[in-house]
Design a protein around this ligand. Structure first.
Ligand code: G4P
Length: 284
């Protein structure tokens, strides 16, 4: 499923395309990564979708700290935006997402109903790469899409999938660019694997991540890599992982490169701990 790429590289064209698409849309569904809701939110979200009903889905919540997810949900609630934690890979995602979308669209639907019109709500899923847009679209639209495709003579033109009698989802995600100016936020996206590893040195990245996990989830880190201690200095952390797993090169040298990939893979798969890298600002 190719995404509509709203990348700043072709800003003017992109804006036009966005505006064209937005005309048809009643509800924007912003997908964020629940482990890094700040870093995974495109800084222009607010400007781009001004005047649209919006909901926020904190996806991959199975990998995030559930208390932090609750705090993020109330942070958005205070701003008048309905948010929910979901796991696009899990069974409940569709029900939660559709419920939120219908709630966000209700004022519009009710206003139309008062005029005697049964309005069809159209929604679109947007977000930066790797937050789970395609997975969620498949989860919400999957079966309905197959039914349409199977009917002879039905062209699949502009990709609207009927979810309920009055709700349609665009079958293509809107792709937004990530926020990379802030070094700390950029490193969060790198830990999550949402920006290409090639632009980072994997050993530096893994060492930084290990140091962070030492503070957020020390016990779980030690449980996973037994030779890591609470006070292992940062420059020794990868060595400790090597010793925990017996990662040695010929000649007995520690294979820190292998350790760095293992640490990043295991963190991304949620095997070390459920961690949320960012907290909402308090007092908002
Ligand atoms: P995108 O369209 O926003 O770029 O993201 P996409 O759906 O391709 O999802 C990116 C990766 O995140 C996929 O893994 C997907 O399975 C995983 N993912 C999506 N939602 C969730 C979730 O709620 N929980 C967890 N744990 N993972 C999720 P992948 O390794 O790239 O692909 P695959 O192994 O699933 O094939």
């Amino acid at each position: 499923m190719p995404a509509i790429n709203w990348y700043p590289g072709h800003m003017a064209k992109t804006r036009r395309m966005l505006q064209e698409n937005l005309k048809m849309i009643d509800v924007i569904v912003e997908i964020l990564d629940a482990r890094a809701p700040k870093a995974s939110r495109n800084p222009d979200f607010d400007d781009l979708f001004i005047g649209k009903a919006r909901v926020v889905l904190l996806n991959k919540s199975d990998l995030a700290d559930s208390n932090a997810t609750k705090r993020w949900i109330s942070y958005y609630a205070k701003q008048g935006i309905e948010a929910a934690g979901v796991s696009a890979t899990g069974g409940a995602a569709k029900k939660i997402a559709v419920g939120l979308i219908e709630k966000a669209a209700k004022p519009r639907v009710d206003a139309m109903k008062a005029k005697g019109v049964n309005k069809t709500v159209r929604c679109m899923i947007v977000g930066i790469p790797n937050v789970g847009k395609s997975t969620l679209i498949n989860r919400i639209a999957g079966q309905n899409r197959a039914e349409v495709g199977d009917r002879p003579g039905v062209t699949r033109g502009k990709q609207w999938v009927k979810i309920t009698p009055y709700l349609e989802l665009m079958d293509t995600p809107g792709m937004l660019w990530p926020k990379l100016e802030d070094q700390e936020l950029a490193s969060h996206l790198a830990y999550l694997g949402s920006i290409k590893d090639e632009i980072m040195d994997s050993e530096d990245l893994a060492a930084d991540l290990l140091a962070l996990l030492q503070t957020t989830s020390g016990n779980q880190l030690i449980e996973r890599y037994s030779k890591v201690a609470v006070d292992t200095p940062k420059e020794e952390l990868l060595n400790a992982v090597c010793r925990s797993r017996g990662f040695l090169l010929r000649g007995g040298e520690l294979d820190t490169e292998r350790a760095s990939h293992v640490v990043l893979d295991e963190f991304r798969a949620g095997k070390i701990a459920r961690v949320t890298l960012e907290q909402p600002e308090t007092g908002v």
